[in-house]
Design a binder for this molecule. Structure first.
Ligand SMILES: NC(=O)c1ccc[n+]([C@@H]2O[C@H](COP(=O)([O-])OP(=O)(O)OC[C@H]3O[C@@H](n4cnc5c(N)ncnc54)[C@H](OP(=O)(O)O)[C@@H]3O)[C@@H](O)[C@H]2O)c1
Length: 199
């Protein structure tokens, strides 16, 4: 399974670091093109390489970690998602105002899913700060808990397997409508919790 990451900022690069630590290859993309990522990929190391947004989007599993207001542009004009897995690591709030986006009562992942038609969306990697996504999940005396939610059971199983491969303790919260709301930041009760599973 090849992995693409759209968004190479705090969270996108933290995901790339977590994958690299587990020796899993990924392709990282931003809005400014691969050359702008040369220093970052050198710093992360061999398992990650820089590419275009289109290359990242063509992977079997695509993480998206882009500022909420820029998601539409970041995902616009890409080829059909054709059932590929897209991990929504985004939150509907951003600097500098940190004013929650107007979702009209909907779960942010359901709004996000409309931007990637045909994709199997799994919500995950949105509830920890970048430092904890990148850090060794075993560093706190157990396995750091990483929540996920989604409507497609097979897609969730693949994301769960990846979460375990990275060393986290994955916890399935159910559907996007239910689990996505628990995981939502701001508003959900779980993003403020940094939990560790004691094995
Ligand atoms: N930071 C956190 O603590 C945290 C934690 C969990 C989840 N999140 C969520 O993760 C998402 C990203 O946050 P962040 O803190 O990583 O933001 P960030 O550091 O500002 O990085 C945003 C990334 O999105 C890229 N981007 C913007 N427009 C794009 C486009 N049109 N095409 C491709 N890439 C584009 C940027 O590329 P350029 O720089 O080239 O424009 C940049 O690499 C947000 O939805 C945020 O809510 C953040």
């Amino acid at each position: 399974m090849n992995i693409g990451i759209i968004g190479a900022g705090s969270i996108g690069s933290a995901i790339a670091r977590a994958l690299a630590r587990a020796n899993i290859r990924s392709l990282l993309a931003n809005s400014r093109g691969p050359d702008s990522l040369a220093g970052l990929v050198r710093d992360i190391g061999a398992p990650v390489r820089a590419g275009t947004r289109e290359e990242a989007a063509s992977a079997d599993l695509v993480f998206v970690a882009v500022n909420w207001s820029k998601l539409r542009t970041a995902l616009d004009g890409l080829p059909d998602w054709s059932g590929r897995i897209v991990v929504d690591a985004n939150n509907p709030i951003e600097a500098p105002l940190f004013r929650p986006a107007e979702l009209h009562g909907r779960v942010s992942s359901e709004v996000f899913a409309e931007l990637v038609p045909g994709a199997r969306v799994v919500k995950a990697f949105n509830h920890l700060p970048p430092s904890l996504v990148a850090a060794d999940p075993a560093g706190a005396g157990g396995r750091r808990v990483l929540f996920y939610a989604g409507d497609d059971t097979a897609a969730k199983q693949q994301v769960a397997a990846l979460i375990e491969q990275l060393g986290f303790f994955g916890l399935d919260l159910g559907t996007l409508a239910v689990g996505g709301r628990l995981l939502q930041f701001p508003g959900g009760p779980l993003p403020a919790q940094h939990l560790v599973r004691l094995d």
